[in-house]
Design a protein around this ligand. Structure first.
Ligand SMILES: [Fe+2]
Length: 470
């Protein structure tokens, strides 16, 4: 490899990691393309990238994973945009699996290990990843334990720079919706600013009262504790009793502070998890984008299927963990097509029997590609079964009705809808109206009729968004 090019690359990558500026990302992509043009194999390019990261990170702070991932994604895009070279490279692979697919698989496994560890940690602390549920539980128990008449859990909204109510007890809907407290304003704002809990019980000489204009709070019987994370205060829990009830005491303050600490940890865990999930999904997308080179008609298809499948799963009221699994399975559902020849995938006419047999192998090929990766959700059975039919006439196993995993039945509906509403090698996109009629026609034979019904509601409500239009 050209040494100057390699040094220039390193310099450019360092500039991106330092500044986060997008222009450097495009340069990275350009390098990938240029190296491919010079005949460097994708494997060596990926190696150069990893070496450059190691070198840049040496004796320095470790750069955020997201930035490193982003640089990798752009490099991959550059590699893949050099279509001809890449195509030749693809065709020269006898086993059908690309070196960088293996590399991506390793990275995918690493991400999954991190996610699994986080899952386990969260499980061990007796918490749940469903943030909303955790906050409800903590807030409810604070209200009950401290015998509050009313109160709220408020979170800081960084866009509006105010505290807004996320959970409430004994407050009317209007108050919940409209309350906006600035930092430093009132009891909640003061606690958010100072990061220290506070009791206000209406006695002017109470030593715990440390608030500006405290006369205003004569007759108030309140307690308030901050939600603190490593990054600072992100909200407060506020509880009130009637003024003639027993005043809150310092013990109550300790108890509420502990509960606020738990709520803050749950929020921190959830955001950590969300970031990890996003970085994980971007790795998966890089894996899937390799498929886009072989079969341009599937470009954007997996994301659209995922979007529709998630909308159906949400409407069915599935748990966040089930929804995550369905999203990942939907993004990856056709990954096995990487192992099928382009001439078959892009054939404009009808496939002959032998070609069809090969295409039908893709669910099994998907399992082979993902072999060895331990997903924290049920993903592989959904990918494997996405071509099963409700009447049992599908493939690969000929499963029937509820024998087919629910997630696979959902993906089947989303898959058919997106496939029909977009252009294919053998036909143009069909109109939404025609496709809706077709889905209704095959409900009960090819597709689960209940899920088709739910998807119709999703489409009517606009939750699934519009067709990709390609
Ligand atoms: Fe498929």
């Amino acid at each position: 490899m050209d040494e100057q090019l390699s040094l220039d690359y390193e310099k450019n990558l360092a500039l991106y990691l330092d500044t986060g500026r997008e222009t450097y990302l495009y340069q990275i992509s350009g390098f990938g393309k240029e190296l491919m043009k010079q005949g460097t194999g994708p494997e060596s390019i990926v190696e150069m990238h990893l070496n450059a990261i190691k070198k840049i990170n040496k004796d320095k702070k470790v750069y955020p994973k997201k930035a490193i991932d982003e640089s990798f994604t752009f490099l991959m895009e550059g590699i893949m945009s050099y279509g001809t070279a890449y195509r030749e490279y693809l065709n020269s692979m006898t086993d059908g699996y690309l070196a960088e697919i293996k590399d991506l698989n390793i990275r995918l496994s690493q991400r999954l290990t991190e996610m699994t560890v986080l899952h386990e940690t969260v499980k061990m602390t007796g918490s749940s990843l469903d943030l909303d549920e955790v906050l409800s539980l903590i807030f409810k128990s604070a209200v009950e334990t401290l015998k509050a008449e009313d109160g709220s859990l408020m979170l800081f909204n960084p866009e509006e720079k105010v505290l807004t109510i996320k959970k409430a007890h004994g407050l009317n809907e209007d108050v919940i919706r409209k309350t906006r407290i600035e930092i430093g304003e009132g009891i909640a704002g003061t606690v958010a600013l100072s990061g220290k809990p506070m009791v206000i019980c209406g006695k002017a000489d109470n030593p715990l009262v440390k608030i500006k204009g405290r006369n205003k709070y004569e007759g108030v019987n309140s307690i308030c504790a901050p939600l603190k994370t490593r990054k600072g205060t992100i909200g407060v829990i506020n509880l009130n009793r009637k003024k003639d009830s027993e005043p809150f005491a310092e013990d109550d303050l300790n108890l509420l502070s502990t509960m606020a600490h738990e709520a803050a940890s749950a929020i921190e865990n959830a955001s950590l998890y969300r970031n990890l999930h996003e970085s994980y999904l971007s790795t998966i997308r890089a894996l899937v984008s390799a498929l886009g080179i072989k079969d341009p008609y599937t470009k954007g298809h997996s994301d659209a299927v995922a979007k529709h499948a998630v909308a159906i799963a949400r409407r069915l009221g599935l748990s966040p963990k089930e929804i995550e699994g369905i999203e990942v399975a939907a993004v990856l559902h056709d990954i096995g097509k990487i192992g099928i020849r382009e001439a078959i995938l892009n054939k404009p006419g009808r496939l002959d029997e032998e070609e069809l047999r090969k295409v039908k192998k893709h669910p099994e090929l998907s399992l082979k590609i993902l072999n060895g990766i331990n997903f924290p959700w049920k993903v592989k059975p959904l990918i494997y079964a996405h071509h099963e039919r409700y009447d049992g006439k599908g493939y690969p196993a000929g499963l029937k009705g509820e024998e087919i995993p629910l997630g696979a039945r959902i993906i089947a509906v989303a898959d058919l809808y997106d496939a029909m509403t977009s252009d294919r090698a053998y036909r143009k996109a069909l109109s939404k109206e025609v496709v809706v009629e077709e889905l209704k026609r095959v409900a009960g034979t090819q597709l689960d009729p209940e899920i088709v019904k739910v998807f119709m509601e999703v489409l009517a409500s606009g939750e699934a968004g519009e067709n990709r239009g390609n």
